[in-house]
Design a protein around this ligand. Structure first.
Ligand SMILES: [Zn+2]
Length: 289
């Protein structure tokens, strides 16, 4: 059955935002940055589990890795590169781009790129903003990414959401005047709206068959590669529960975490996957903005 659902020629990009559970933006009001040092770190075990799964399925992916994590877990960075996945940047300190000045943003993304390159010995070309925090209010961030030497970004979610989103921006990859490529995470256009279809909490919330249908629609009807994302903590049933958080944050963070690993296995079987750079950096794309 899975072989019938496989798209023979179209590969989708599998992306992992490498950070730990206590660094999630929605927890920022509850966990102080200075407490990160003493929090129980789970990221190494979780990334190793993901790398094992990818090896079983012979899938290569892109790891948008936080500088703060790379500095403390260089062996994780080295394993990602040794197993021929793409090492990319999630910035250094997981501050939303929309909360920073252009100078502070440039300093953060430059620091992360240099750190990842020094640790791995490979060029880092891709960047994803924490919480998809590039939008209409901070389009200057694209210029700063070019200046810092990045070739592409995957930082825009073209949806309406209370924490992020730029609903009217293009749904598929486009080139900015600076030459930077932006590859938005995937949405499906239905009922005159862009529906989130590319991972995160929505993937855990919706039945797997619905998520699969959404991705197939992008591949079949639009003949476009999708960009799917998840986090190492999303497969971690044993992560410490953060106390005192509001109901919405709790629901979004923990919903269906116990089902995530099984669903990822299905996703790896039902679609063809690859690295961002291999799928998007090699083909001509429309210019926008
Ligand atoms: Zn993140």
């Amino acid at each position: 059955m899975p072989s019938e659902q496989r798209m023979p020629n179209l590969r989708n990009a599998l992306t992992i935002d490498v950070e730990d559970y206590f660094q999630v933006s929605a927890f920022a009001p509850y966990i102080r940055r200075q407490d990160w040092e003493s929090a129980e770190c789970r990221v190494e075990r979780n990334v190793n589990r993901i790398l094992d799964m990818l090896a079983e399925h012979q899938v290569k992916a892109t790891f948008f890795t936080l500088g703060w994590i790379a500095e403390r877990y260089p062996q994780v960075v080295r394993r990602i590169v040794a197993e021929e996945h793409e090492l990319a940047s999630h910035g250094y300190g997981h501050e939303r781009a929309s909360d920073l000045t252009p100078q502070a943003f440039n300093a953060d993304v430059t620091r992360a790129k240099k750190l990842l390159e020094d640790l791995s010995g490979v060029a880092v070309r891709g960047y994803r903003a924490p919480s998809f925090s590039i939008g209409l209010g901070n389009l200057w961030a694209f210029d700063e990414l070019s200046r810092a030497g990045y070739a592409y970004s995957s930082s825009v979610y073209p949806i309406q959401h209370d924490h992020y989103g730029m609903p009217n921006s293009p749904r598929f990859a486009y080139r900015l005047a600076s030459g930077l490529l932006e590859v938005p995470v995937t949405t499906v256009r239905l009922f005159e709206r862009n529906l989130p279809s590319s991972g995160g909490g929505y993937f855990r919330l919706l039945p797997y068959a619905v998520s699969r249908w959404l991705l197939q629609r992008v591949n079949r009807r639009e003949q476009e590669s999708a960009v799917f994302y998840f986090h190492p903590w999303e497969i971690d049933v044993g992560q410490p529960r953060v106390p005192g958080i509001d109901m919405k944050t709790r629901f979004r963070h923990y919903v269906n975490i116990s089902r995530m690993e099984h669903r990822l296995q299905s996703l790896l079987t039902d679609f063809q996957w690859g690295r961002m750079d291999e799928i998007f950096l090699r083909r001509p794309l429309p210019v926008s903005h």
